[in-house]
Structure formats: C-alpha cells, structure tokens
Write a protein that binds this ligand. Structure first.
Ligand SMILES: *Cc1c(COP(=O)(O)O)cnc(C)c1O
Length: 423
C-alpha cells in the first residue's frame, strides 16, 4: 500500500470530514520555508504549519539543542523533581515578559495552557473562599478544543455537540471603531456585578476568527477595567507570542499587565508540543497553604519535558540575534507595502497588517464565513503555485516563518495579487 492508502486505512485527521475531504498531501521533508511532497512538488509553508514554525523547518541550531538535551536528560518526572532546562525556561520567559509575571506552569499545548489558566482563576477565588462563577470572553474567540477552552470560545458549528456541557460564559462583541464605547460600557456593567472570576482574550489579534485585528488602546482599557473591579485577566498569547505581532508579545503593546499569560504554538520555534501558563506572584500566593488541597492539583505526563525545554531555550537564543529581528522587521515592512499597493483592490473588503501577519478579507457574495467558497478556490490556486496557504473562509492570510527570503515572499505576494485579479 502506498502512503495515502495506509493513511486512509489508519489515520483520523483533525478538523477533517474524511468522507469528502481531498487527499492529504504526503510531505516527506521540510526545510526552511519549504515543504517537499512525495511527488516531487514543493510548497512554501505560508502559514507556518498552523502558525507554529517561526525560525523555519529543520533549524540546525534547535536540532543540536534537542540532540544534546536528549543525551543529558530525555525526560524526567516534574513533580518532586526539577532540571536545569525547565528552570532556565522559567527564568528566561519571566525575564522576557512585562514586569509582573513570576511563575511558569508547564503543560503540553495551547489548549492545556488555557485550561490551566482557567483553573488557576477559578481556584484562586475558591482558595480565597469567594464564589465567582462568571467568565468573560470576546465573541469570535478561539482558545482551544478541550472543554474549558471550548467553553470560553465562540459557540456554534465547531462545538455544537458539547454545548450543553460548557460552563456559563458571557461574551462582549468584537471591538470596532463603531462599537467600542458600547463594549466598554458593557464590560463595566458586567464587572460591576462582582460575579466575574476572570476575563480571557486573544490580545490584539483573534487568530481562528480570521486574523481579526483590534486596537491596543481598547485592550488596555479592557484590562484596566478588569483590574479596577478585581477581575483576573488571561492573555491567550498562544498565537500572538514570539513576534507574530511584531513585538515579542502582543501585550508588549499595552501598558496594563494581565495576571496570567498562555503561550504555546511558536514557543519552541514551533517544533515541539509545549504549553506554558505564566502567572503573577499574587496568583501563585493564593495557592500556598498548609493544606495540600489548595495546591494546583494538575499535571501531565510530559509536564516540563526537557527536550521541549531545550527547544524553547534554543528558540529564545535565536531571537537574540540581530539577523532574526531584522528579518521580522523586513517581513513586516513588505506586508505594509503589499497593503499599500492593494488596499483599493476591488476584490478586497479589508487589508491589514499586524506585525508578521498579513490579513486580507476577500469580497464574497455571502457574508464572511469559514465556509466561503473563496476558501476552496484560493487553497487550490495557491497549491498549484507551490504555496501551502490555508485561508480561514474568505480571509487570506500570510504569516510565514521569519526566515523567509525576499524572493520567497515575493513569490507569495505575486500569487495573492494574481488570485485577486482573477476573481
Ligand atoms: C491554536 C490556539 C489555541 C490552541 O492551541 P493548541 O495547541 O492547538 O491546543 C489556543 N489559543 C489560541 C489563541 C490559538 O491560536
């Protein structure tokens, strides 16, 4: 049997209706921004393999770090034991975040980093003997596919079968120039009830909702209101972290500091599954007691995995290189140039840049949605032209690994242009 037949026989793919989905592309090698297929074709990884890979595939420096770590300690239990790389990760991540964060909790992916954040918030109030049941989130948000993460995410098509199991969450509308005053009033009203345990948000960009961008001033005002009313805030930086928004973290663009931040996707350069939930000392202190049941009784088999930690440290080393920062700035600049040249294109409803993310809303006969027919057309057009780019409905977005060269970028920009012209 060939690879595709064996895949068909034994593999269950994510977000895929197998009965009607096209055959998956058999990728047999990945290097830099390129993915190489079994049939000899190659593709630019234009969305960084689900927004994870930020230094490119097969980075030798990260590979060496993982290899060396494997020979030192491959894996070790993280309750009742510790190891140098986990401590280094915690020190360096706290050092990189705005002042106010102090303790790093390790888990396995973005969803678990959010679960842990939600559990920290609810148990914070529980430990203090206060009942706070309500949670606030933003319409259109995506925080992962585990139950807590689904509860605080946009309800609907993707999680309908489970809806009766979710806890109660209130949603504010996605902020825009038109509704921002209303949204602020709504938040104030909610928080004035004194019933809210926490508020979770994707800072500055909602990823899965279609790379929807909003203003730092608004986010700053939201966090400020939460602080005023004692509501704990969780910044879900799973997608935005590690220079996706042009800065190390999206929250670097606001003044207020949230209580908890969730990191994953690009934290290892995108090559190992890790989630980090970073909390302030205030949160941590609420779990200290002579009573063990007040501890955060949560963990995973691979919590603090040394190989993942080595990858995180190596990725942080790379971000200290001027050359890497320069690539990020150059990518951001070229995105802006593209927008300037296309902002009045008749087939574009909106064209925006946030750091290394270029987000284009394509005119559609129907209202923007994940199931837009533009999606299939665009996906296939780009594949034919050696680009793996998965639009979210009628949103075409380009967030490549930062090592992408000018020539490689221009190949993608050129085809986005051509695609729009041909519509
Ligand atoms: C992808 C994502 C998650 C979930 O991360 P997984 O690793 O896929 O579980 C959570 N929050 C945001 C903002 C994300 O983009």
């Amino acid at each position: 049997m060939n690879l595709i037949d064996r895949d068909r026989a034994f593999v269950w793919h994510p977000f895929t209706q197998a009965q009607i989905a096209p055959t998956p592309i058999p990728i047999i090698k990945a290097k830099g921004v390129w993915l190489f297929a079994e049939n000899g074709k190659k593709y630019i990884d234009a969305n960084s393999s689900w927004w994870t890979i930020n230094h490119g595939h097969g980075n030798q420096y990260i590979a060496n770090a993982i290899h060396k770590q494997f020979l030192d300690i491959d894996h070790v239990i993280f309750a009742g034991a510790t190891h140098p790389k986990a401590v280094e990760v915690a020190e360096r991540i706290v050092g990189a975040l705005p002042n106010g964060f102090q303790k790093v909790f390790f888990s396995d992916n973005g969803s678990t980093s959010v679960e842990v954040g939600i559990k920290m918030v609810y148990q914070y109030w529980y430990n203090k003997g206060q009942t706070k049941k309500r949670f606030l989130a933003i319409e259109g948000s995506y925080h992962g596919d585990t139950f807590g993460a689904m509860s605080v995410g946009q309800r609907g098509y993707f999680n309908k079968p489970f809806e009766h199991l979710f806890f109660d969450v209130d949603f504010i509308p996605f902020p825009t120039e038109e509704n921002i005053d209303e949204v602020l009033l709504k938040i104030e009203d909610f928080f004035a009830t004194d019933e809210f345990a926490g508020f979770i948000f994707e800072p500055l960009v909602q990823g899965a909702a279609g790379m929807r961008i909003y203003q730092p001033e608004w986010l700053n005002a939201f966090v400020k209101l939460a602080k005023k009313h004692g509501v704990l805030t969780i910044a879900d930086e799973v997608m935005t972290g590690f220079y996706r928004t042009g800065k190390m973290f999206a929250i670097d663009q606001i003044e207020e500091v949230p209580d908890i931040v969730c990191l994953s996707k690009g934290v290892t350069g995108g090559v190992m599954p890790v989630g980090l939930t970073v909390a302030s000392q205030k949160i941590y202190d609420a779990f200290l007691s002579d009573d063990t049941s007040k501890a955060l009784l949560h963990g995973h088999s691979f919590t603090g995995n040394p190989l993942s930690c080595a990858a995180i440290c190596a990725s942080l080393d790379l971000f200290e290189k001027e050359e890497v920062r320069e690539n990020i700035r150059a990518l951001e600049k070229d995105h802006h140039d593209f927008v300037r040249e296309h902002v009045n294109h008749s087939k574009l409803k909106a064209a925006k840049v946030m750091g290394t993310i270029l987000s284009l809303e394509v005119e559609d006969d129907h209202e923007s949605s994940y199931f837009s027919s533009i999606r299939e057309k665009a996906y296939n057009y780009f594949l034919e032209n050696n680009i793996l780019l998965r639009p979210l409905g009628n949103i075409i977005f380009f967030n490549p690994p930062y090592c992408i060269t000018k020539e490689e970028r221009n190949h993608v920009y050129g085809h986005i242009s051509k695609f729009l012209d041909a519509l």
